[in-house]
Design a protein around this ligand. Structure first.
Ligand code: NAD
Ligand code: ZN
Length: 352
C-alpha cells in the first residue's frame, strides 16, 4: 500500500512505503481512497513543526479529507454496501459525553482525528467508523467530494455567523477563506469583502466575483472596506488567517454589534484591547472548530450541488498522489487554492 508516513521523526525524513491493513474492525468499514485534499494540518505535519512533534505518534499515515468507495464492511455495520461512494467526518467523537449527548459532538473532549491520531487517507485504503460516513450523491464529482471536510469548516463558520443580508469581511484567502467567501455569497450576504496579501490567492478570490478583494498592506484598505459598508464597517467578520494583527485591524473597523467568527489558529498568544474593541462595541467573538455533526454536512452537500462552478474555482490543482511533495511546495509558496491528490493514478484507474 502506498502511504505517506513519517519514518524518521528526528531527522524529518519522509518516505513512501508499503503497508497492509487488516479487515475492518467491528462497526468500521474499509474505504478505497479515490481522492484526498491536502489540509493545512497535513502541511504542518509534513513540515514537522512543534505542534506536530508534540501530537503525532509516528509512524502515522496522514490525510483526513477524502472520498472513496467502500471495499470491506466490518461486523455490525448496516445500511452500507461494497462499492458505495463515501466521504467521512474525520473527527471521531465518543458519542457518550455531555457534549455529544447535547448535539455538540464537534466539541467532544474525547475526539480522535483520522490522519492525526489514527491512520489517515493518504493511502490506498482508510478504515473509518461507519457512523462517520457520508454517502456522496452521484452529481458531486470526486474532486469536490474529496473536500467536504474543509468546505465544512467554512460552512460551519458562515452558518454560525449568519451572513444573510449582512456586510461580510473575510480575513484570509487561503482555501478555507476562499470557500467561506463563496458560501457567504451563496448564502445571500449583502456584500462580501476579502483581504489577502498573497497575490496568487487574491486572484482566485477575484475569480469568485466578490464585492471587494483587497491587500491588507494597501494603506487605503480599511477605508475601502468602510466605504463598501456605508461607513459602518462589516457586521460579520470571518477570521481565517490566524494572524493576530489582522484580527486587531479588522476589529478596528468592525461595525458596533459585529459578529466575529474565529476559525484561524494563531501560532502564539494574541494581544487584544478587549475593553475598547469588543466590550464597548458590543462585539461577539465566536470560536469555530470542526463541523457540526451532521447539520454542516447537509449544508455542504447542498452548496456543492448548487455551486459546482465555485468549487472548481477554489480547487486549483488535482495532482497524482505520487506528486504530493509538489503539492506541499505549492502550499509553502501559497501558489494555490485547494489541492486535491488523485489516488486512482496509483493503480492506473482513470484519473478523476
Ligand atoms: P492558510 O494558511 O492556507 O490561509 C491563511 C491565509 O491568510 C493565507 O493565504 C495568508 O496569506 C493569509 N493572511 C496572512 N496574513 C493576513 C492578513 N494580515 N490579512 C489577511 N490575510 C492574511 O490556511 P487555511 O487552510 O485556509 O486555514 C485557515 C486557518 O484556519 C489556519 O489558521 C488553519 O490553521 C485554521 N484551521 C482551523 C480549523 C478549525 O477547526 N478551527 C480547521 C482547519 C484549519
Ligand atoms: Zn463525546
Amino acid at each position: 500500500m502506498f502511504t505517506i508516513a513519517k519514518t524518521e521523526a528526528a531527522r524529518g525524513i519522509w518516505s513512501a512505503f508499503k503497508e497492509t491493513l487488516s479487515e475492518p474492525a467491528r462497526g468500521m468499514v474499509m474505504v478505497d481512497v479515490i481522492a484526498a485534499g491536502i489540509c493545512g494540518t497535513d502541511y504542518h505535519i509534513y513540515s514537522w513543526d512543534a505542534w506536530s512533534a508534540g501530537r503525532i505518534k509516528t509512524p502515522m499515515t496522514i490525510g483526513h479529507e477524502f472520498v472513496g468507495r467502500i471495499s470491506a464492511i466490518g461486523e455490525g455495520v448496516t445500511g452500507y454496501s461494497i462499492g458505495d461512494r463515501v466521504s467521512a467526518e474525520c473527527h471521531i467523537a465518543c458519542g457518550e459525553c455531555h457534549f455529544c449527548r447535547t448535539g455538540n459532538a464537534h466539541i467532544c473532549e474525547k475526539t480522535s482525528i483520522i490522519g492525526v491520531d489514527r491512520p489517515g487517507a493518504f493511502a490506498e485504503q482508510v478504515e473509518v467508523p461507519a457512523s462517520n460516513l457520508w454517502r456522496v450523491p452521484d452529481a458531486i464529482p470526486d474532486k469536490h467530494a474529496a473536500v467536504f471536510d474543509p468546505v465544512g469548516n467554512a460552512m460551519h463558520m458562515v452558518a454560525t455567523a449568519k451572513v444573510t443580508a449582512k456586510n461580510v469581511l473575510i480575513v484570509g484567502g487561503g482555501p478555507i477563506g476562499l470557500f467561506a467567501a463563496a458560501i457567504a455569497k451563496a448564502h445571500g450576504a449583502r456584500t462580501v469583502a476579502l483581504q489577502e496579501p498573497n497575490q496568487a490567492r487574491a486572484a482566485i478570490a477575484r475569480s469568485l466575483d466578490l464585492d471587494l478583494v483587497i491587500n491588507p498592506r494597501d494603506p487605503g484598505a480599511s477605508e475601502e472596506i468602510l466605504a463598501l459598508t456605508g461607513g459602518h464597517g462589516p457586521e460579520v467578520i470571518l477570521e481565517v488567517s490566524g494572524n493576530g494583527k489582522a484580527l486587531n485591524a479588522s476589529l478596528d473597523i468592525a461595525a458596533p454589534g459585529a459578529v466575529v467568527a474565529l476559525l484561524g489558529i494563531p501560532a502564539g498568544l494574541v494581544e487584544l484591547d478587549l475593553g475598547a474593541k469588543v466590550v464597548m462595541k458590543g462585539v461577539s467573538l465566536i470560536g469555530i472548530t470542526g463541523r457540526r455533526m451532521y447539520e454542516t454536512w447537509y449544508q455542504v452537500e447542498a452548496f456543492m450541488l448548487k455551486n459546482p462552478d465555485l468549487m472548481d474555482k477554489v480547487i486549483t490543482h488535482v495532482l497524482p498522489a505520487t506528486d504530493f511533495a509538489h503539492g506541499f511546495e505549492l502550499m509553502d509558496e501559497g501558489a494555490c487554492g485547494k489541492i486535491v491528490l488523485d489516488f486512482q493514478t496509483l493503480d492506473q484507474r482513470l484519473p478523476i
